[in-house]
Design a protein around this ligand. Structure first.
Ligand code: TRP
Length: 328
């Protein structure tokens, strides 16, 4: 109704979210709710492709959803649900697999990365990961998919599969989606080297207590050339400064930019200021999260309701798909 179209995005249940997740994805998800009809999914079946154990799957799902809600993803505005609660996606996955050349999947850079990362567990589901992702998007007839650039090959793949399906069954049932790249510079972890990620343990959790926050920020690697307090530093190569640019006031950023270069401010004071600003920034988030956490039954109800609403769309698409194929 007056909205620009339908957004679908999914994220694997990785538990508590970090600043990289927030700046790279969640913030965008929240903003898109105003202009688009949004469907957001915790893709727990995708997670199984890389999981050795499902021991933490439930708690990781809930923890991520708590962060989503606290950040402002709103079930009144969007459909928020767990992928496995709407099993039609697995049916569409199988159907789309029939119009997917196997070589296309094994050629994808994301697949090759996984082969390198988990050579002992190259399962069939891992090869089909992009087909399941295409099914996610196509099932809800999303025309817009907000993702990071690393997902570009998957979106291109989705477009091709949708086209092949429509061509093979001579119909126009599925929608070719557009990728909407999240415009945000890569958030580097506390190691000052690699992209912030939980698996590298270089992350800063949004839900950290102020004490945890201070500790993590103090661990951050700064300009490696700056050895002593009296050495001048270079903010341009310092990850603490990158975060100041996001979370501190323009005056503070200017001050640090100036003082660091002349050794007027040391790394410890610079980090203290960052931790303080991060804590101030995240305080409302923590309060909202604590509130949701007190009522996890309501959060589960909300997810069930999201699945019901998602299911209505999914069932309708599958009827059209079956009829286009000519299944009895
Ligand atoms: N592959 C995505 C990732 O790793 C997650 C995902 C699954 C997804 N299904 C999706 C993203 C559909 C967008 C749309 O980040």
């Amino acid at each position: 109704m007056g909205k620009k179209g339908r957004v679908f995005s999914g994220a694997r249940p990785t538990g508590r979210q970090h600043l990289g997740n927030y700046l790279g994805a969640m913030k965008n998800y929240v903003a898109l709710q105003e202009d688009y009809d949004c469907v957001y999914s915790v893709v727990d079946i995708h997670a199984l492709t890389t999981m050795e154990t499902t021991q933490n799957l439930k708690s990781n799902t809930l923890d991520m959803v708590l962060d989503w809600l606290a950040a402002g993803m709103d079930p009144e505005k969007s459909i928020i649900f767990v992928q496995s609660h709407v099993p039609e996606v697995m049916e569409l996955h199988t159907i789309l697999s029939m119009v997917t050349p196997l070589g296309k999947l094994t050629d994808l850079p994301t697949f090759k990365d996984k082969v390198r990362e988990q050579p002992h567990n190259i399962n069939y589901g891992l090869v089909g990961y992009p087909v399941l992702m295409a099914a996610d998007i196509a099932l809800y007839k999303a025309d817009t998919v907000p993702v990071g650039v690393d997902q570009a090959p998957h979106i291109e793949f989705t477009r091709e599969v949708v086209r092949s399906f429509n061509y093979r069954y001579n119909c126009n049932v599925l929608v070719e989606p557009q990728m909407k790249v999240t415009e945000f510079p890569k958030v580097i972890g506390i190691d000052g080297q690699q992209k912030m990620s939980k698996s590298l343990d270089n992350h800063i959790e949004m839900a950290s207590t102020p004490e945890e926050m201070n500790k993590r920020v103090m661990m951050m690697v700064t300009d490696p050339q700056r050895q002593r307090r009296s050495d001048p530093g270079n903010p341009d190569v310092c990850n603490v400064f990158s975060l100041h640019k996001i979370f501190s006031s323009p005056e503070e950023v200017k001050m640090i930019d100036r003082e660091c270069r002349i050794a007027g401010i040391g790394c410890v004071d610079c980090k203290k200021l960052l931790a303080k600003n991060l804590n101030t920034h995240l305080e409302p988030f923590r309060e909202r999260r604590a509130e949701f956490e007190k009522h996890t039954e309501d959060v589960v109800d909300m997810l069930n309701d999201g699945a019901k609403r998602a299911s209505v769309i999914a069932k309708k698409t599958m009827q059209e798909v079956r009829s286009a194929i000519g299944l009895l």
